[in-house]
Design a protein around this ligand. Structure first.
Ligand code: PAF
Length: 297
């Protein structure tokens, strides 16, 4: 397994694979890997085969964090991530620095660097429809950072397939939209959410929960199960279901509901009426930690 930290070196390596006709599978991550990430790695490997290459990027992307979000305290353990990737048969870890991904004046343009050099990275990709609601409403600049860094990573890793987790359903939908709209020559695969035994979706942020919060955090998954039971026999209005969900989530007193939404799974168009097959997503704060989950009902 190789660890590549330079953007140019990553791109050269991917180009050399491409010239030889080697298929490239890609799993973008922010590190602190868990079984959910490893399930994406296994899917990438399956897609490209033993002769293909699997690249995992580990990069905590600052542009997708808001000014009051957890960028500095985002959990990191690069050594452990390397161990897990090696065991999962990853070929390359791409772990660039911020300076590699968002170059300063001079470094990007070959002009002489100045003493007062400030980051002048200034090109962003903005999805304008499905990124506005839910996560986009709670975190206004989040998806602009995600689409921008994912587009950059695609240009550096040159994947044939890239695998994203269904836990971030809106993110996956936006990335698919971007790939279609901007003609990226690759296929996006969305892999099922991996859960703890009690239903909590795996997330690097689960680490922030104290014991009592951890116990109540199953309210997200239990809400989905409850909604499934409600819509199993007959459809209900979105307003009625959301009101029920709010009351139910209030039974976990350490949780504070951020949003619960029901929508069509591809376009993310809000549903007025909810039946089997409608998608539901929710976000709940436990202290400062914000957990998300979603599922088809
Ligand atoms: O889902 C994530 O971990 C991140 O949003 C991603 C896709 C790696 C982009 O930084």
């Amino acid at each position: 397994m190789r660890i590549v930290t330079s953007a140019a070196a990553m791109q050269r390596l991917a180009q050399s694979w491409q010239r030889r006709g080697t298929r490239i599978g890609f799993v973008p991550t922010m590190g602190f890997l868990h079984e959910g990430h490893l399930s994406l790695v296994r899917i990438a490997r399956k897609r490209v085969g033993v002769s293909g290459k699997v690249v995992v990027s580990i990069y905590v992307n600052p542009t997708q964090f808001g000014p009051r979000e957890d960028l500095s305290r985002y959990p990191r353990d690069f050594k452990r991530d390397c161990r897990l990737c090696r065991a999962a048969d990853v070929d390359v870890i791409f772990a660039p620095s911020d300076a590699e991904m968002y170059p300063r004046w001079g470094e990007a343009t070959n002009e002489p660097a100045r003493e007062d050099a400030r980051p002048t990275f200034s090109t962003y990709i903005v999805e304008e429809k499905i990124s506005r609601a839910m996560e986009g409403a709670s975190r206004p600049t989040h998806f602009r950072g995600v689409t921008t860094v994912v587009a950059k990573l695609f240009n550096l890793v040159l994947p044939d397939v890239a695998v994203f987790g269904a836990k971030d359903w809106q993110q996956a939908a936006i990335v698919k939209r971007m790939v279609a709209d901007l003609n990226f020559p690759l296929r996006i695969i969305v892999a099922p959410t991996v859960r703890e035994r009690d239903g909590l979706a795996l997330s690097s942020r689960n680490k922030y929960l104290d014991a009592a919060q951890r116990e109540q955090a199953t309210i997200l998954h239990r809400s989905i199960q409850r909604a499934r039971v409600i819509v199993k026999r007959k459809s209900v209005s979105a307003a009625k279901l959301k009101a029920d969900m709010k009351r139910f989530i209030a039974t976990a007193p350490l949780g504070r509901l951020d949003y619960v939404e029901v929508f069509e799974p591809t376009t993310l168009a809000p549903a007025a009426q909810v039946s089997r097959g409608t998608h539901m997503a929710l976000a709940v704060f436990f202290g400062k930690t914000r957990l998300i989950d979603n599922a088809r009902l």
